[in-house]
Write a protein that binds this ligand. Structure first.
Ligand code: BES
Ligand code: MN
Ligand code: MN
Length: 458
């Protein structure tokens, strides 16, 4: 058997077993107790990479979690593809909402359920299997490949920027290929050309120096929960616009052409709302849902805690209360500027009678990638061959912080070739990967490798 494509078709059961082994490792990057699992996950990947014939496989330390690097450079004169992915995952909690255990990959119907199945172990594994199919059947790839798989994406890729700067020569490539986003819908492959940025903030409020009996003290002091609620309620106006002064100053206006293109996509607000169990959607007035998701910035409270939240009742005014807030950003906003504006505004509107601290936890810059390049041309052909359908162009609301750095530090563009689905419960209970997209993804990436040398020719 020497066609990589028949090899792929003959090996899907093994792929599923191997991916399940990778998904069994709870590589939760934000949890200090999971550091040994992070290490184990990096080792699993490195071993696997060696096993499929990749070369120069290395686990490279950073100030944080290690990077896994590997390459195959046996195609002189052909393009070099830098493949980026991440092996870290989000915390699985709340555990009781999972139908099957998060680190025990389980097939139900056509879907594989596990934390990281879609984001991003499953999608990263697609690339390894495409490489394996060529090396096994042909002893060679049609292009050169370099893998950069990091362990800190879900916590903001804090140390990766320095790593890329320090290893620019090692990472030199013609383009970056990333599968860490979604197709437009089931059966509708797409090329993504835009990601939002992020500024992730925490607000801490302190009122009285200790918790107080809500009867003995209630009415005499400002309750920090009330103060925080007031602050959060003042982040938006009645039209759903963010009220932070200056927040929209650098927002690039959507062109009429792009608005028209968005409107042509097969989208239904009613279906979207129904899928989410909602009667109505919410958002900034004057923009469609896709515009609000992909091309408008937001400020959202992700979590809020303080006071008594256990079962039963306890009458208490808390001393402290906190909230985490994510601002999604679009070109040409900057993460650090958004953080500054946020801090200034929150401090200005904080009611007197509480102490307020605002911290920036992490962030990433928004990005637009070119829609006409040899990489995109190859991706279009590859998706057509892999899924039997012409892909759509789309943007996404999520963030991959390193994409902007690849452009800045390595001077190369990224092709975002997502094989997830928008509703695969990434970051939530019952995350899954749609298996037809897993196998279709492997075929697509194999086609990409085959086609790229042709589209790259001048
Ligand atoms: N894979 C996502 C990014 C993503 C989500 C792209 C949806 C396209 C569509 C990534 O793993 C992620 O979750 N990124 C974080 C970045 C943050 C921690 C800096 C995000 O978007 O919250
Ligand atoms: Mn991801
Ligand atoms: Mn993620």
């Amino acid at each position: 058997m020497n066609s990589p494509f028949s090899f792929i078709d003959a090996n899907t059961d093994r792929y599923l077993k191997e991916l399940s082994d990778l998904l069994a490792i709870p590589s939760v990057s934000t949890d200090p107790e999971r550091v040994p699992d992070i290490k184990r996950c990096a080792e699993w990947l490195a071993d696997h990479m060696r096993g499929i014939g990749l070369q120069n496989v290395q686990i490279m330390p950073t100030q944080g979690h290690p990077v896994v690097y590997a390459d195959w450079l046996g195609a002189p004169g052909k393009p070099t593809v830098l493949i980026y992915g991440h092996y870290d995952v989000q915390p699985p909690e709340p555990l009781e909402l999972w139908t099957s255990p998060p680190f025990q990959a389980t097939v139900r119907g056509d879907d594989l359920f596990a934390r990281g199945a879609s984001d991003d172990k499953g999608q990263t594994f697609i690339h390894l299997k495409a490489v394996e199919a060529f090396i096994t059947t042909q002893g060679a790839l049609p292009v050169n490949v370099k893998f950069l798989i990091e362990g800190e994406e879900e916590i903001g890729s804090e140390h990766l920027e320095g790593f890329v700067r320090d290893h620019a020569a090692m990472l030199k490539a013609d383009l970056v290929l990333i599968s860490d986003s979604s197709m437009f819908a089931k059966g509708v492959p797409s090329i993504c050309y835009g990601l939002r940025g992020l500024a992730y903030m925490q607000i801490d409020l302190v009122g009285p120096n200790r918790d107080l009996h809500s009867g003995s003290y209630g009415g005499s002091v400002l309750n920090p929960i009330q103060a925080l609620s007031e602050i959060i309620s003042r982040l938006h106006d009645k039209n759903g616009r963010v009220t932070i002064p200056g927040f929209y100053d650098d927002v690039r206006k959507l062109s009429a052409k792009e608005r028209t293109a968005f409107k042509k996509l097969p989208w239904s607000d009613a279906k979207y709302a129904r899928d989410l169990g909602l009667r109505r959607l919410y958002g900034e007035k004057g923009f469609t849902t896709l515009e609000r998701l992909w091309a408008r910035p937001t400020a959202e409270c992700n979590g809020i805690w303080g006071g008594f939240t256990d079962e039963g009742a306890k009458t208490v005014l808390p001393s402290r209360v906190s909230a985490k807030i994510s601002m999604r950003l679009v070109p040409d906003q900057s993460s650090s500027k958004a953080a500054r504006l946020f801090e200034r505004y929150v401090k200005a509107i904080a009611p007197k009678g509480v102490q307020v601290t605002v911290r920036s936890l992490h962030g990433g810059e928004p990005v637009i990638t070119p829609i006409e390049s040899s990489g995109v041309r190859a991706a279009i052909v590859a998706l057509e061959r892999g899924f039997g359908k012409k892909p759509l162009y789309q943007r996404e609301g999520g963030s991959i912080p390193i994409v902007v750095q690849f452009k800045k530090l390595l001077k190369i563009d990224t092709v975002l070739l997502g094989f997830g689905l928008p509703d695969e419960n990434a970051h939530a209970p019952d995350e899954f990967l749609h298996l037809p997209n897993f196998y279709g993804g492997i075929r697509t990436v194999a086609h990409f490798f085959e086609v790229l040398p042709e589209t790259a020719r001048p």
